[in-house]
Design a protein around this ligand. Structure first.
Ligand SMILES: [Mg+2]
Ligand SMILES: [Zn+2]
Length: 168
């Protein structure tokens, strides 16, 4: 079984001051490429787990989200950066097991890709990310303001990647 890093998307990989409903709304943070490249080089498969309740709310469609993610993956690929898989929750009000703080997306990806969740990390900028990571058994890294549910606090994804690599 393989250790891995699960990343929240908005506020971790890309700036989310504005809603991201189409590919042109997606703005990478300047440190994202270096951070994920470091994790790739250290042998961590990297996954994205993102709440996209805007789908249920009608702000974007599954196809819009696919276009956003296709563009994101193409931009990563051009830099020789590899994202293993992406899971998203399209729900907002509906009962589901995938919307963070529920851990469903992490369980699904772990099963599909044979990931050892206890040896893995969840990185996010909100408490719901920390709760989902913790409930899945992962170590948790909070970006931005500290929160008591997190094992570590980092100022951004690059800082988080350095924490993961120095702890391993
Ligand atoms: Mg976020
Ligand atoms: Zn869901």
């Amino acid at each position: 079984m393989q250790k891995a890093v699960f990343l929240d998307r908005d506020g971790v990989i890309n700036d989310n001051k504005m809603p991201v409903n189409k590919p042109e709304d997606f703005i990478f943070f300047p440190w994202t490429f270096e951070a994920i490249k470091m994790l790739n080089n250290a042998g961590y498969p990297v996954f994205v787990v993102t709440n996209q309740g805007g789908i249920e709310m009608g702000h974007l469609t599954h196809e819009d989200l696919k276009n956003i993610h296709d563009q994101m993956l193409a931009d990563f690929h051009r830099q020789n950066i590899f994202i293993c898989d992406i899971a998203y929750c399209p729900h907002f009000q509906s009962k589901c097991e995938c919307r963070k703080p529920a851990p469903g997306m992490l369980f699904k990806l772990a099963k599909k890709h044979h990931i050892d969740l206890k040896a893995s990390y969840m990185v996010g900028d909100r408490e719901v990310d920390m709760d989902a990571g913790r409930r899945a058994g992962c170590k948790t890294i909070k970006i931005g303001k500290p929160c008591k549910n997190a094992d570590y606090t980092a100022k951004n994804l690059l800082d988080a990647a350095k924490i993961i690599i120095s702890a391993s």
